[in-house]
Design a protein around this ligand. Structure first.
Ligand code: DAH
Length: 330
């Protein structure tokens, strides 16, 4: 037995250790061989023999575990050593940085709308209840508030859940006509394969004299925009609900992965939802003191666009800072 103990303690790698484990504790191993001898042993000595074997077995298990811990630590150490970076060292092959794929996508979106004469408006990431909800036709206790899981501060302050409050702020300080987009970070209490607590949206708003803005205008610009972003895709408008627009629709494009045939990404529907939009609800105009106007609005998630454009499966991977992923977007 001693000789086996020594072998375990001198095993130099996990594979060697595993081979020894099989040789000793395996079905056809040394111990199994000994246990098989039990049947030939006299009854009187059987108990003593079995006891000794069981002690040996637990000793072996203990030794294996100890050696495993030592080897794992050694392997980790050598892995860390091999990946060590001397940050003080000058690198002759330094790579140039690049915009994050989400920002690249954001820039492309912004580029389209600025070319269509939309101005860019920025808001604050910390908002109050009035601008984020109330003025957008989302009164307190309205069930639609549950559509957005909010991070709250004290005194009715919160992290904005969408970029729609920038519509409200813009209308409060400017007179129509308005043609604006608002790109920026938004926050929701969500975390899974398609949600992160922080993500980016672009909101759009167009307001002009009553009777001059129609759903047809909205449909035209969004179709044109989506073709600019995704190439030749089919676009469809599906009735939906948003408190700030009436009527409201969600907009789908034909699946960029299967070209509308049906696949896992589009849940075999052939369509991917990419934005929400509609004709601005009268109550929103009332909240900002606008009269005799009409308008359309839309909102989209930038990460979703980036994922679809670059075929990225897990949204969270965009925020892990892994150079192996980001290096592909230089
Ligand atoms: N604010 C909505 C959201 O975050 C997106 C949105 C939908 C904005 C429809 C709009 C709109 O302006 O008309 O889910």
């Amino acid at each position: 037995m001693k000789e086996w103990y020594q072998k375990i303690q001198s095993a130099g790698c996990m594979q060697e250790l595993e081979e020894l484990r099989i040789a000793i504790l395996g079905k056809k191993g040394v111990l199994a061989e000994q246990f098989a001898k039990m049947k030939d042993i006299e009854n009187k000595q059987k108990a003593e023999f079995a006891k000794r074997l069981n002690i040996a077995k637990s000793e072996f298990n203990k030794l294996f575990n100890e050696q495993k811990t030592i080897l794992q630590a050694r392997e980790l150490e050598s892995l860390l050593k091999s990946q060590q970076i001397d940050v003080s060292l000058y690198s002759a092959t330094s790579n140039s940085g690049a915009l994050h794929p989400v920002m690249q996508t954001m820039e492309k979106i912004v580029e389209y709308f600025t070319s269509m004469n939309f101005s860019i408006e920025m808001g604050s990431m910390i908002e109050d209840d009035f601008h984020n909800f109330e003025a957008l036709n989302l009164p307190k206790y309205h069930p639609a508030r549950d559509m957005q899981d909010t991070f709250y501060f004290k005194d009715e302050m919160l992290l904005r859940t969408h970029t729609s409050p920038v519509q409200v702020r813009t209308m409060l300080h400017a007179k129509p006509p308005i043609r604006m987009i608002s790109p920026g970070a938004v926050f929701r209490r969500d975390y899974d394969i398609t949600h992160t607590p922080m993500f980016h949206q672009v909101e759009g708003l167009l307001v002009d004299k009553e009777g001059t803005v129609s759903f047809a205008n909205l449909k035209f610009i969004l179709e044109d925009f989506l073709k600019y972003m995704f190439g030749e895709v089919d676009v469809r408008f599906r009735p939906s609900f948003f408190p700030f627009t009436e009527p409201s629709t969600e907009v789908d494009i034909s699946c960029v992965f299967c070209k509308g045939e049906g696949c896992r990404v589009c849940s075999h529907t052939g369509w991917l939802e990419v934005l929400g939009c509609g004709i601005v609800d009268e109550n929103v105009f009332k909240a900002v003191g606008y009269k005799d106007v009409s308008g359309y609005a839309f909102g989209l998630g930038v990460e979703r666009f980036a994922m679809l454009i670059h075929h990225i499966g897990d949204l969270r991977s965009l925020f892990e800072g892994d150079i192996r992923l980001l290096g592909q977007f230089v």
